[in-house]
Design a protein around this ligand. Structure first.
Ligand code: ADP
Ligand code: MG
Length: 387
């Protein structure tokens, strides 16, 4: 096991592709760390440098403070599991798992003991004598993970290891991987484009975009205090709404503005976060912080954002519904436990309480004000007033 430091890491592919741009991350010994970002953001490139399959163009990688650039993957003793596992199809699970030990000429007793150990951990004892080609995708991926773990690596690197599996299996393997990592305590880095995977499995994670690190922190920190609108929209169960209010004018007790030409109202509290002289505000709110109201509904007694629009579409999610409201050229999604059926094109009002509002710099998109509420269920109090 080891701590891992990425120090001013850069990777160029040819003269024009700057795939990894000055990335600095410190991963603690035993930590489960996530690299999260959309496709092409440089995650795999970071991981390949970490394991030693690719050389950094600039910067360094240290294990326990010792530079490892000139070391091969074997010397680093890192294990990697890819999205498409590279099992030998004609070999049995046992032969695949023991392969790294046989290459190292481990004794047959050691091999038998280690294979039995990882097979128990991954619950694949019954599969050991089956050929890889005769296993399901989920079983193959378990065997691939077992093969990675069998030689007690310093570092376990996982590149989208469960991305191609079906939803139920993915959810189960998510939990299994987390338990496994906890039980072993092996420093692990998982690459994923799926915020839910990153959120549910890792101790801390880094959000990347276009080769650049956006934010490093726990899932809660990133969810509640996203540094910019990109992170806010990318990270979460549902994407954060980010929309523009223009023509803002101070009206004393509130700020009047427009959303795509439609009149809107913002709470006075946002005034000090608006750029002096700029009349445009870039507003954010998580769908769970937004309410959708009919004309007959009582307006909430607290301050907040309001505007009127029409229902664009509703999506039933079992215990809640996602209602998309179109306000002129912008749309706002609300995640609401409200059981009422809203009709497509029905006129409605959107209300977002002051403490659910984020504000971004309209030029740089950096966060200027965080919502103080963190969970959607805090809306319950306000909802009960409306009902
Ligand atoms: P991710 O894993 O986040 O999808 P990658 O690290 O695979 O991102 O890629 C980051 C960027 O580097 C992309 O623009 C990709 O096209 C480019 N890239 C990756 N590998 C190579 C390569 N071997 N040669 C040229 N460009 C590459
Ligand atoms: Mg990748």
């Amino acid at each position: 096991m080891a701590s891992v430091t990425l120090d001013h890491l850069n990777k160029w592919f040819g003269p024009s592709v700057h795939a990894v741009q000055d990335v600095n991350i410190h991963i603690e010994d035993g930590e489960f760390f996530g690299l999260l970002g959309p496709s092409g953001s440089g995650k795999t490139s970071v991981l390949r440098m970490l394991v030693g399959l690719e050389r950094p163009t600039e910067g360094s990688i240290l294990f326990d403070g010792v530079p490892v650039h000139n070391k091969t993957p074997q010397e680093r003793n890192v294990a990697m599991v890819f999205e498409q596992n590279a099992l030998y199809p004609h070999m049995t699970a046992r032969q695949n798992i023991s392969y790294p030990l046989r290459v190292r000429r481990a004794s047959s007793e050691t091999i038998a003991r280690k294979v039995a150990e990882v097979a128990t951990l991954l619950n694949i004892g019954a599969l050991l004598d089956r050929r890889a080609s005769q296993m399901s995708g989920g079983q193959q991926q378990r065997v691939a993970i077992a093969r990675a773990l069998v030689r007690d690596p310093n570092l376990l690197c996982l590149d989208e290891p469960i991305a191609h599996l079906d939803t139920l299996l993915r959810a189960r393997l998510r939990g299994e991987l987390k338990r496994l990592q906890r039980a072993l305590g092996t420093t692990s880095v998982i690459v994923t484009h799926d915020p839910i995977e990153a959120m549910t499995m890792t101790d801390r994670l880094a959000v990347m975009r276009d080769g650049r690190l956006q934010q490093v922190g726990s899932a809660d920190e990133i969810h509640n205090r996203p540094v910019n609108a990109f992170v806010a929209q990318f990270f979460g169960l549902h994407s954060m709404n980010v929309f523009t209010v223009d023509s803002c004018v101070d009206q004393g007790d509130h700020i009047a503005g427009r959303v795509g030409g439609q009149p809107a109202r913002l709470p006075r509290t946002l005034e000090r976060f608006l750029n002096i002289g700029r009349r445009t505000a870039s507003i954010g709110a998580r769908p769970s912080g937004v309410m959708v109201l009919r004309a007959a509904d009582t307006a909430p007694a607290v301050e907040g954002f309001t505007a009127t629009g029409q229902v664009y579409v509703t999506e039933q999610l079992g215990d809640a519904q996602l209602v998309t409201v179109q306000i002129a050229d912008q749309s706002i999604q609300t995640l609401t436990p409200d059981p009422r059926a809203f009709e497509i094109d029905e006129p409605v009002r959107v209300f977002i309480p002051d403490d659910a509002l984020f504000l971004f710099d309209d030029k740089t998109q950096q966060t200027r004000r965080f919502a103080s509420r963190t969970a959607g269920d805090e809306l319950a109090a306000i909802r009960s007033e409306v009902a």
